[in-house]
Design a protein around this ligand. Structure first.
Ligand code: CUK
Ligand code: CUA
Length: 629
């Protein structure tokens, strides 16, 4: 059997290959965490030399920064930021008409869970979906150009979109569950003291168009006022199902720290989304609420079941085979493994231990395969596709590696035998990610630990510390710490996908530009009065000039700029900043964007290219003349 190290920070020397000797003579600084996996020249295994590329894209959620950021794996170098719910002047996001419209009235979002689109249970490289925990929205990013294409929401009847975005095996749905319960529909008031009677949670099925990726809310399932936490979607035998856990089946509405931690077991919800779809298609006596069909699981058999799960759970994850469902309770040092096949048998035989508000509670003993003693504060589990699972331990600041079933007799008699390795991380890990963990064929090799607190491990930047990420090599039997990095606020979860699965474009091709106000020839540009207080400008940007470079308007005019970057060369971005007009557009090659300002201040205002583009970038400027009325 493998030994379990409490800490892998200083592995015993004889255990290691020759490469370890190389590492000993390297300056400590190069070693990150003192990791021991290295190539023959002594560089850490995560080292990607200048000019070479990473093997994987890593999409981090940006938490309450409202963004997604992209890093390479294994280097952990940040490659790109994708603004989603928050303005980002460096990308002109929040300045263009399109991005402003998408963001709506909100200026932030809380992105927790990115989910890649899938075909037949594996990543297809088309889209990345993310949730907004704060404003109940979901968004779709196209991986052709790494741009946000749609923001849907606020989702009606929903409060606290935390339990998403989980993508079904053929991207039929994004499944969303609420963290908070409120009286429904939105706008209804009821005293918080009447929580148990008047408040509800919601699970929503967000329908995805298989061709365009366009999202719309398909249906909703009403739940008791539980706080739904993390979920996942089924696959294989559990395809058609999705899973969430609740940490507040106590239905506490105040001092949750104490009051939501009373019961020894909470519930996981097993939701049959194919059945929910059928209920809606057959229109089985459904109510609509705010335009959305609302399913009461007490009235529609087979939509939802509760399964008891260890105390105050957080995450629940379906294994690559789809048979084993692993749920972890923060306040119990075990990860519970359910057998989906036994679950199916239990519901067929109505092997229930009771019901809760009309929802059957499945007999725990009938569906549980085992409780693995992973350690203190287990949160999330990932899978490597080799029969191993990896669970993050918030309290212990560790990752535990354990074996999925089937287990031998020795293990079922002593579940600690299922645990095969443990590694310390610094500090207090939340999520962790393995490339492809939620697909039917994970890519394995690497694990990234996303740590919440850094406790002095990096240079001090004052009271507000960055989060950290740590890279762990999981290709061997024992996990090895390789590299440590800092991230922006505030990754919760991430998705990682082999680079060759994604095929981004280099430029927007002229022939594909369908903006009605695109212009390609300086002859066709110009400033036009289109109303008593309205001016429209058709403008071109190219190295290193704007056409026109003088725009004359009257004070009070609404001025709309349609700016086309006519470059067809990769990386040739032009910006459009107007001094003192709170405007910075950014137009990638071949794209046309629309910007509007109200010229309420008379005077002369230079505009200039904000994106360094050529030797004459500094010369790329013009004037907005605003004549007094
Ligand atoms: S939650 Cu953040 S550590 Cu929002 Cu995915 Cu578990
Ligand atoms: Cu165009 Cu700088």
């Amino acid at each position: 059997m493998f030994r379990i190290f409490l800490s892998k920070i200083r592995p015993p020397i004889p255990m290691r290959s020759l490469t370890y000797l190389f590492l000993l003579v390297l300056p400590l600084g190069l070693l990150g965490c003192g990791g021991s996996s290295a190539s023959d020249d002594g560089a850490p295994a995560s080292y990607v030399p200048p000019g070479e590329k990473d093997d994987y894209y890593l999409f981090y959620s940006g938490g309450h920064s409202g963004q997604v950021f992209v890093a390479g794996l294994p280097s952990l170098r940040e490659i790109q930021e994708i603004p989603v719910f928050t303005p980002s002047p460096g990308h002109g996001y929040g300045f263009s008409k399109k991005s402003k419209k998408m963001m709506g009235e909100y200026r932030w979002g809380d992105v927790h869970h990115p989910g890649l689109s899938k075909t037949d249970g594996t990543y297809d490289g088309r889209w990345l979906f993310v949730n907004d925990n704060a404003n109940n929205r979901v968004a779709r990013i196209s991986l052709r150009d790494f741009k946000t294409k749609q923001i849907l929401g606020p989702i009606p009847n929903s409060m606290g979109n935390h339990g998403s975005s989980f993508v079904t095996p053929n991207t039929e749905y994004l499944l969303v569950a609420t963290r908070f319960s409120v009286p429904l529909p939105k706008g209804t008031h009821a005293p918080v003291e009447t929580y148990e009677e008047n408040f509800n949670g919601i699970v929503s099925g967000v329908d995805i168009d298989p061709e365009t990726g366009e999202m719309e809310v398909g249906w909703q399932v009403k739940t008791p006022p539980f706080n739904w936490d993390l979920g996942s979607t089924g696959k294989g035998p559990s395809d058609g199902w999705a899973f969430w856990t609740s940490y507040n089946t106590e239905m506490a509405h105040d001092s949750l720290e104490i009051n939501a931690s009373q019961r020894d077991r909470d519930y996981a919800a097993f939701v049959n989304w194919e059945r929910a779809e059928e209920v809606v298609e057959n229109n089985e006596g459904l109510n609509r609420r705010n335009g959305v069909p609302l399913i009461d699981p007490a009235e529609h058999e087979g939509v939802m079941y509760f399964v008891p799960v260890s105390k105050s759970p957080h995450g629940i994850d379906a294994s690559p085979s789809g048979r084993w469902i692993a749920a972890s309770g923060k306040l119990q040092p075990t990860t519970t493994v359910f057998d989906f096949k036994q679950f199916k048998t239990a519901i067929e035989n109505e092997d229930f231990q009771g019901e809760f508000r009309g929802v059957p509670v499945v007999n725990y003993d009938a569906v549980v395969e085992g409780e693995v003693p992973v350690g203190q504060g287990p949160l999330h589990t990932q899978f490597d596709g080799e029969g191993n699972a990896y669970t993050s331990l918030f309290i212990e600041s560790s990752v535990t590696k354990w074996k999925l079933p089937p287990w031998d007799k020795e293990t079922t008699e002593d579940m600690s035998k299922a645990v095969t390795d443990k590694i310390s991380v610094h500090y207090n890990i939340g999520h962790l990610v393995i490339p492809g963990s939620d697909t039917k064929e994970p890519y394995g090799n690497w694990l990234v630990a996303m740590n919440k607190l850094q406790k002095g491990r990096g240079l001090n930047v004052g009271p507000e510390k960055p989060e950290t990420s740590q890279l762990i090599d999981i290709s061997g039997e024992e996990m090895e710490m390789i590299e440590e990095d800092y991230t922006r606020p505030e990754p919760h979860f991430a998705q990682a996908v082999p680079a060759d699965v994604i095929n981004p474009i280099e430029v927007y091709k002229k022939e594909n530009n369908d903006h009605p106000d695109a212009r390609w020839d300086p002859e066709n540009t110009g400033v036009e009065r289109t109303g008593p207080d309205e001016v429209t400008v058709h403008m071109i940007a190219k190295r290193s000039q704007y056409y026109p470079d003088k725009v004359e308007v009257q004070q009070g005019d609404k001025v709309t700029f349609h700016l086309t970057n006519i470059e067809q060369v990769s990386d040739m971005i032009h910006g459009f900043g107007i001094a003192q007009y709170n405007m910075n557009g950014v137009v990638p090659p071949g794209d046309t964007q629309t910007f509007t300002i109200t010229a309420d201040e008379a005077g002369v205002y230079p505009f200039y290219c904000t994106n360094f583009c050529s030797a004459l970038h500094q010369e790329m400027q013009g004037y907005l003349e605003v004549k007094p009325r």
